[in-house]
Design a protein around this ligand. Structure first.
Ligand code: NAI
Ligand code: MG
Length: 393
């Protein structure tokens, strides 16, 4: 069956890397039609909306989006760049990624952090004999994508009803003398249903892919209520997965463990902000932004994207220097999601071969400072990397 995929290149290098992923999908024989969806800065400037309704409708219809990256700026900077005809008409900039997550309740964010053998950017550790070890990292982070500390329920100078409600809590006595205008509050809201959904998805994933442990990375000794609820749910769900050990770590300790023994961790589940932190930490062990892929999965719609942004400082470079692998791996996640795992595995093994051979490398893999001169130092172009992956398919 021919699939229809909504292609959302967005801004900057999103426009460069997305066509590369589509080229690889074509080369592996994935039979799809791509419909273009407008998203990003141009549409904010010219229409006052970085995520136009027509793009939402495409995703409602076709359910699967392949997304590059967008440029995002703070509200005031955004307002300045709005087309003069739209100024002072009440348009307020809002990140289209956050809008997408909220509109389609893309509550599960999946970020695999898996090292490829031979990647010069892999984490290494000094061994006792003075040599070094290069443990294979294979960790998959499940980040709750819609709630927690990023849910957006916050105030500076909270209204009186909010202040009054807070004061019913005994610990508010420490803030008794702080006037409301000097008080900022961000809430961490966790629901049982969303916790169950992400934990169940993570356990299922661990079972399907043969991971032996699932770690809930929270802070239940301090965040007794929110982390506490997640942990309680994790223990209940774990009973249905006797082959998978449930571990718990505190977010702070986890940041230390990931630099000491990252190879011990299989699947990790965390609330929104903790998941954001921990996934960047693990991504750094397996090559960083050029390799970090992700999926945002809701009950109906799913959007696949590299973790990196639009890298404006490189968008004008021609030929392009950026690494397309994060985008291509995101396309593999899409294939996995729609039941084309065999094709995904073939693409991943072609990427693995190119990296192991080590002849074709983008500038980041050579630890070079980005710029037009990287080619003279032996780096390949974005397109050459894709060509080499396709040659190895
Ligand atoms: P960025 O991820 O765009 O770039 C940071 C640096 O990482 C780049 O300067 C480059 O050195 C490196 N890099 C990124 N992608 C790479 C690739 N494929 N290959 C090799 N090196 C790569 O983050 P930055 O500069 O903080 O933000 C730029 C814009 O992107 C901002 O407007 C920001 O809001 C937006 N952004 C969008 C995201 C998204 O669309 N999901 C995520 C992060 C930032
Ligand atoms: Mg982040």
């Amino acid at each position: 069956m021919k699939r229809t995929i909504v292609s959302l290149p967005g801004d900057g290098i999103g426009k460069t890397v997305l066509p590369e992923a589509i080229r690889v999908l074509g080369a592996i024989g994935f039979d799809a039609e791509y419909v273009h969806g407008d998203i990003g800065w141009d549409f904010w400037r010219t229409e006052g909306n970085a995520l136009p309704q027509r793009t939402i409708e495409l995703l409602e219809k076709y359910k699967i989006g392949l997304f590059g990256a967008i440029t995002s700026k703070p509200k005031d900077a955004a307002a300045k760049e709005l087309d003069p005809s739209l100024k002072d008409k009440g348009f307020v900039y809002f990140s289209p990624i956050v809008s997408l997550r909220q509109r389609f309740n893309l509550d599960i964010c999946l970020r695999p952090c898996q090292s490829f053998k031979g990647n010069p950017l892999n984490f290494i550790r000094r061994s006792a004999d003075g040599g070094f070890e290069e443990p294979i990292v294979d960790t998959v982070i499940f980040r709750q994508n819609t709630e927690g500390l990023y849910a957006g329920v916050e105030w500076t100078n909270p209204p009186k009803v909010v202040r009054d409600a807070l004061e019913t809590h005994p610990k508010m006595k420490f803030f008794n003398n702080v006037p409301s205008e000097d008080l900022a509050v961000s809430t961490r809201i966790v629901s049982r249903s969303a916790s169950r959904r992400i934990l169940s998805a993570a356990f299922e994933y661990a079972k399907k892919h043969g991971y032996k442990n699932l770690t809930l990375c929270e802070k239940p000794n301090v965040l007794r209520e929110t982390s506490g609820m997640m942990f309680k749910e994790a223990r209940a769900i774990a009973k249905d997965y006797p082959g998978i050990a449930l571990w718990d770590t505190n977010i702070d300790a986890q940041m230390m463990w990931l630099t000491k023994n990252p190879e011990n961790y299989g699947v990790i589940v965390a609330e929104n902000m903790f998941g954001d932190i921990i996934s960047d930490g693990f991504a750094g062990l397996v090559g960083g932004l050029g390799f970090a892929c992700s999926a945002n999965i809701g009950e109906e719609v799913a959007v696949f994207e590299p973790t990196h942004g639009s890298a404006p400082k490189y968008q004008e470079l021609n030929p392009s220097i950026v690494n397309p692998i994060a985008m291509i791996l995101s396309a593999c996640m899409m294939l996995d999601h729609i039941g084309e795992s065999e094709k995904a595995a073939k693409i991943k093994s072609a990427i693995a071969k190119v990296i192991a051979e080590g002849k074709v490398k983008t500038y980041d893999m050579m630890k070079l400072k980005g710029g037009p001169d990287v080619f003279s130092k032996g780096a390949c172009t974005t397109q050459q990397m894709t060509d080499e992956i396709i040659r190895n398919l």
